[in-house]
Design a protein around this ligand. Structure first.
Ligand SMILES: Nc1ncnc2c1ncn2[C@@H]1O[C@H](COP(=O)(O)OP(=O)(O)OP(=O)(O)O)[C@@H](O)[C@H]1O
Ligand SMILES: [Mg+2]
Length: 178
């Protein structure tokens, strides 16, 4: 989504301030603040267990913060359910890519298209799915089940996670990109 100029000041696309999340007595995320401008790439670095994934879970709405604010284009999104945050343009990818094994490659992509920021259904969604499958080298086998293609599909689906929100320049939190 686009950052909105306010009184001549460009807002960051994503702004996190004072973010805190506890699991029982463990403070997994302790007063984290960050800003991401449109088009900027920001990495979270830290040792195992330092709270990186928890920050992404908080931004994408999988978890709710105990304290702090998360704003997207100036609008608070903390506390919203993850499907609403996704529709606002936050397309999250995961450390481990999992496919729906009983569904075809095309159906796997259709599931993402149906629930993304620009939800589509029917023939238009199928065309969009086939275009995306072609982009990651899976265009020849849209009706194949993912299992025999597991590696290729996993790699392709990982790329598609971020593509399912085509034309929507919002944040793309992804976990363990390296
Ligand atoms: N759902 C949960 N319930 C309880 N504790 C959790 C939960 N999720 C994470 N934690 C704990 O919070 C801390 C931060 O975990 P997190 O997974 O965010 O770290 P990370 O920086 O992503 O680690 P890694 O580099 O291993 O991926 C860890 O101590 C972890 O055990
Ligand atoms: Mg992690």
């Amino acid at each position: 989504m686009s950052a909105t100029p306010l009184g001549g000041v460009q807002l960051p696309m994503l702004e996190v301030a004072g973010l805190t999340r506890r699991f029982g007595g463990l403070v997994a995320v302790d007063d984290v603040s960050l800003r991401v401008a449109e088009g900027e790439i920001v990495g979270l670095l830290g040792p195992n267990g330092s709270g990186k994934t928890t920050v992404l879970n908080l931004i994408s709405g999988a978890l709710r913060p105990d304290a702090g604010v998360i704003r997207l284009g100036g609008t608070p999104i903390h506390g919203l359910p993850s499907f609403r945050i996704a529709r606002l343009g936050v397309a999250r990818t995961f450390q481990l890519v999992r496919v729906l094994a009983s569904m075809t490659c095309r159906e796997n992509v259709l599931a993402g298209i149906a629930f993304g920021a620009h939800a589509q259904w029917g023939a238009g969604a199928r065309r969009a799915a086939d275009t995306l499958l072609g982009r990651v080298g899976l265009g020849e086998r849209p009706a194949a089940l993912p299992r025999p293609l597991r590696r290729g599909l996993a790699a392709g689906m990982g790329e598609l996670d971020a593509e399912l929100d085509l034309g929507h320049p919002g944040p793309r939190p992804f976990d363990d990109g390296f």
